[in-house]
Design a protein around this ligand. Sequence first.
Ligand code: CTP
Length: 446
Amino acid sequence: MKRVITYGTFDLLHQGHINLLRRAKELGDYLIVGVTSDSFDVGRGKMNVRNNVLERIEAVKATGYADEVIIEDYLGQKIDDIQKYDVDIFAIGSDWEGKFDYLKEYCQVVYLPRTEGISSTMLREESQNNYRIGIIGSGRIANRFVPEAKMVNGTQITSVLNPDPLQAESFAKAHDIEYYTDFDDFIKTVDTVYIATPHLTHYDYAKRSLLAGKHVLCEIPFTLKKNEALELYSLAEKQNLVLLEASKTAYCPAFGHIITLVKSGIIGDVVDVKASLSKMVAPPIRELDASQAGGAMTEHAPLTVMAIVKLLGTNWHDMNFHSRMENGVDVYTQGVINYPHATSSFTLGIGVKTEGNLVISGTKGYIYVPAPWWLTDFFEVRYEDQTKNRKYFYSYDGEGLRYEIQEFLSMIVNNRRYCYKLRHHESVAIAEIIEKYRNKENVTVI
Ligand code: CTP
């Protein structure tokens, strides 16, 4: 029996894929199809895949040509598979001509004719170009957002809104987009918005955008009050729109893997989480302005508390905070959140420097994520028996905003309103903790 193997992403399965699979099957008696895993694609920079791995596997199966479907998850796997499955022929489209000659050491390599005029990229571009993103705000993060969005296939940033015409114009010129100073004029020109304004304006802009029928990606802190977060999520649901908190770490590959490893019990029961984040700032700057809700807590709790809530949940028992204040702003805050069976703490600084790492301690071992843990591309699982320690490496490309943009678009395109990487109740819990702090509940000034 002649065994053939082929690989691909097979996103938005199209005629080119079907032809390729048919030709591959005709080469032998048994066809194995390797479909890339979602994390493998993200890891190799393929950020725009629309269908998740299960959908893509189903689509390949539905063609009727595959006798067996496997998942391709790591570089070098093809050599393993060819030997493991006793493969005679490796087949791939002619766009890869020559690229897989190194496999000739293990089996016959056949480059099959590629179907002209169609590709997943083409299909993605055709449909995604309809989604015009408008940016509300033109500050530091908005400037970083524009090049990141370009990395996600098919996104189109069309305009910016800033009530200050000078700032709006200069941002628009720098990025070659339109600018508006009036919300109503602006919102008509876009399908989705990215809110990157000062904290106190998030709620209002998010609400107006949802009411205008636009999907919303909102910077952190999403809102500063629990009820505002609840109201916005229920409004989004009512309007059948995507509302996503732009908690960039939550969507990056390494952080996602930390969560799944912990949940699978690799370090036993989680008993403590310690997370720190500090970034020194100098006046004059919004972060140090009390009237703009500045401070370490509003600035950095969204990411650190996100990690704690993802790992330990939202059924906390009690919490307290200790802050060093300067001009009405916390330049340093230490928070403790205790759960019935676990403890957690965080230290945040904008005028105090700390080591910004994340340590998750369990009954069998712990996970150590070095600073800056919120830009995670590496972590280590450690045990008493050091020979069992394991290091994990990932890509964290550019500024890392591309992962949240990709998630946002994927939700819109696939008509998905929820995201397991950051669930609504987790996002609401973050707002609740920030609100408790701002209401001075259990806050001690040091
Ligand atoms: N393929 C083909 N003809 C096409 C498109 C793809 O024969 N028009 C083949 C590829 O050569 C490969 C397999 O289908 O052997 C899976 O390719 P994949 O990368 O999943 O498809 P593309 O449409 O090329 O995807 P993308 O645009 O994302 O690169």
